[in-house]
Design a protein around this ligand. Structure first.
Ligand code: ADP
Ligand code: MG
Length: 482
C-alpha cells in the first residue's frame, strides 16, 4: 500500500510542514514514515519497528504536530525518550517543525534546573518531551499534569522498558487521558514491549519495515582481533586508516573511560567522553561540540547508543564488544543512517571472537574479520598471501595496497581516497578540527608517542610494525626471513 506514495502531502501532511521539510532537504517520506503517518493521523495506536536511521522521529512527530491544536493552551502530546541526549534531539526536531504551526515544545530532562522547567510548564507547552526520571518527578509533585495529553510516544520503547519495567511505564501513562493514543517505536521491539503493548494499546497498527532486519543495510561490519593490551593501538590504526570525519568509540565501563580518552589524546587523536554519570551541562556541551566538529572521537558508554543522529558519523568502534546483539544494533546504528554508508568495527581478543560469530548469527549479518597489515586492511586470506609474499622477500609495497585495502573494506567512510595512510598525514587531520589540514603537517601533539608506536618508516618492513597484534607479530617472526 505504500509503494506508490511519493510525497508527504499524499499521506495527509499539510503544506506548512511539507514546506518546512523541503527547507531541510526532505522531500520524500521514508518507508516507515509512509506506513506510520496515516495511522497516526487517524489517531490509531501504533507499534513501529524499523532499522536504525530510517526516520522514525518524523514518522511520529509530523502527524502529531499536525494534530496539535495550537490555539488550545494544553500539553497535548508527550514523548518519552530514554536519555537526555535523545530527548533534546527530539526537542530540537519538535521546535524545528512545530514553529511554522505555532506549536510550542518543552524538554524535561534530568540534571537541568527543575525550577525553570516548572516555570515553563505553566505556559502549557503543546509538545512535552522528557526522560522517565524527570517526568516521574514532575508528575509525582503534580507540576506536570497529563490529563490533556491525547498522545503518548515511547521512542526507543524497549530501552525505556528496560530502564524501569512495565510498572514504571504504566505509572507514567496513568495521568494521560484514558483513550489516549499510544505509540511505541524502536529498531528492536522484543516480546516484553509487545506484551505491554498488548495490555495498553487498543487494536494497534503494527507497522514494521523488515523488522527482522535490524541493522542498516548500508553499514559494513568488521572486527579486528588483538591482545587485550593492544586495543588502543588497533583503535588508533583503524582511525588512521579509515580517517573518518567523526567516530564514536564505545566502551562498556564508565570507570575506564577517562583513561581511554587520555590515551587517545596522547596519541594525537582528539577525543572527549560521554557517559551517564557526567553532569548534564558537560554531556550537552560535549555532544554539541562533537556535532559541530570540535573533536573527532567521542568515547562513550551505551548512553550514546540510542537514537542519536549525528551528521557525518562514518565510523563506530566497539572498543569493548557490545554486551549483546541488541546493544550491537543500537551502537552500530549511529552510522549508516538514512541510506548513507557506515562502518562498524569491533576490537576483540581471540577469546572474544566467538561473540562476533554469535552476533553475526543472531543478526543474520556478516561481521567479518580483518587484519591490519602494513598499513592496509586485509581479509585473513589476503593477509596470509601478503605474509607469504613477504616471506619470499618481496618487501616492496604494491601500488594497490592502500586503495585495495580501502575498497575491499567497502565502506571506506572518508572519501579522501588518495590520502596516504601515513601517520603524519592522518595525525595532522586527527589533531585539527578541520579535515582540510595540510597533509604534510607533522603531528604537533606527541610526536614521540606516535612515532614510537606507529609504523612510520617501517611500512616496508612489517616486522617493524610494533603496533601489530602479538599473535600477528608471532606469526610474522616465524615466517619473515628478515
Ligand atoms: P531513527 O529514529 O529511525 O533511527 P531518525 O528519525 O533519527 O531515525 O532519522 C535519521 C535521519 O534521517 C535524520 O537525520 C533525519 O533528519 C533524516 N530523515 C528523516 N526523514 C527523512 C526523509 N524522509 N528523507 C530524508 N532524510 C530523512
Ligand atoms: Mg529514533
Amino acid at each position: 500500500m505504500t509503494r506508490d506514495i511519493e510525497q508527504f502531502a499524499q499521506l495527509g501532511i499539510g503544506e506548512a510542514l511539507t514546506n518546512a521539510l523541503l527547507e531541510y532537504g526532505i522531500g520524500k517520506p521514508s518507508p516507515i514514515q509512509a506506513e506510520a503517518i496515516p495511522y497516526i493521523l487517524e489517531g490509531r495506536d501504533v507499534l513501529a519497528q524499523s532499522q536504525t536511521g530510517t526516520g522514525k522521529t518524523l514518522a511520529y512527530l509530523l502527524p502529531l504536530l499536525q494534530r496539535i491544536d495550537p490555539d488550545k493552551k494544553e500539553s497535548q502530546v508527550l514523548v518519552i525518550a530514554p536519555t537526555q541526549e535523545l530527548a533534546m534531539q527530539i526537542v530540537r526536531e519538535g521546535e524545528k517543525y512545530g514553529e511554522p504551526l505555532g506549536v510550542s515544545t518543552i524538554g524535561l530532562i534530568g540534571g537541568a534546573s527543575a525550577a525553570r522547567q516548572v516555570e515553563k510548564l505553566r505556559h502549557r507547552p503543546h509538545l512535552v518531551v522528557g526522560t522517565p526520571g524527570r517526568l516521574r518527578e514532575l508528575l509525582s509533585t503534580r507540576k506536570l499534569k497529563l490529563h490533556e495529553a491525547r498522545t503518548v510516544v515511547l521512542d526507543e520503547a524497549d530501552q525505556i522498558f528496560q530502564l524501569g519495567g512495565a510498572d514504571d511505564i504504566r505509572a507514567l501513562l496513568k495521568g494521560s487521558l484514558r483513550d489516549r493514543q499510544l505509540i511505541f517505536l524502536s529498531a528492536t521491539l522484543g516480546p516484553d514491549v509487545r506484551a505491554l503493548a498488548d495490555r495498553e494499546m487498543r487494536d494497534p497498527a503494527d507497522v514494521g519495515i523488515e523488522p527482522e532486519q535490524k541493522l542498516a543495510k548500508t553499514t559494513q561490519h568488521l572486527y579486528f582481533v588483538c591482545e587485550e593490551r593492544d586495543r588502543i593501538d588497533i583503535l588508533r590504526r583503524v582511525v588512521r586508516h579509515y580517517n573518518p570525519q567523526r567516530a564514536i568509540v564505545f566502551v562498556n565501563q564508565a570507570n575506564t573511560i577517562a583513561e581511554v580518552e587520555a590515551k587517545l589524546n596522547h596519541l594525537g587523536l582528539a577525543a572527549r567522553t560521554l557517559y551517564g554519570d557526567a553532569d548534564k551541562v558537560t554531556r550537552a556541551t560535549v555532544l554539541s561540540q562533537f556535532r559541530s566538529g570540535k573533536f573527532r572521537l567521542l568515547v562513550a558508554t551505551d548512553v550514546a547508543a540510542r537514537g542519536l543522529d549525528i551528521p557525518g558519523l562514518e565510523l563506530v568502534v566497539h572498543l569493548d564488544p557490545a554486551t549483546d546483539s541488541e546493544h550491537y544494533v543500537h551502537r552500530a546504528g549511529r552510522t549508516g543512517r538514512m541510506g548513507r554508508k557506515g562502518l562498524s568495527v569491533s576490537i576483540v581478543t581471540d577469546r572474544q571472537e566467538f561473540i562476533m560469530r554469535k552476533f553475526s548469527r543472531e543478526l543474520e549479518t556478516k561481521i567479518e574479520p580483518r587484519t591490519l597489515y602494513d598499513g592496509a586492511v586485509l581479509t585473513p586470506a589476503e593477509a596470509e598471501e601478503r605474509r607469504s609474499g613477504a616471506a619470499r622477500r618481496t618487501p616492496k609495497k604494491s601500488a594497490g595496497t592502500s586503495p585495495a585495502g580501502r575498497s575491499e573494506a567497502g565502506a571506506s567512510p572518508a572519501p579522501q581516497g588518495g590520502a596516504s595512510d601515513s601517520d603524519a598525514a592522518s595525525s595532522a587531520r586527527g589533531e585539527s578540527p578541520q579535515r582540510s589540514a595540510a597533509p604534510g603537517r607533522t603531528n604537533p601533539g606527541k610526536p614521540a608517542a606516535s612515532a614510537g608506536r606507529g609504523s612510520k618508516g617501517g611500512k616496508k618492513q612489517p616486522n617493524k610494525d610494533k603496533g601489530a597484534p602479538k599473535w600477528l607479530k608471532d606469526k610474522r617472526s616465524s615466517q619473515d626471513p628478515s
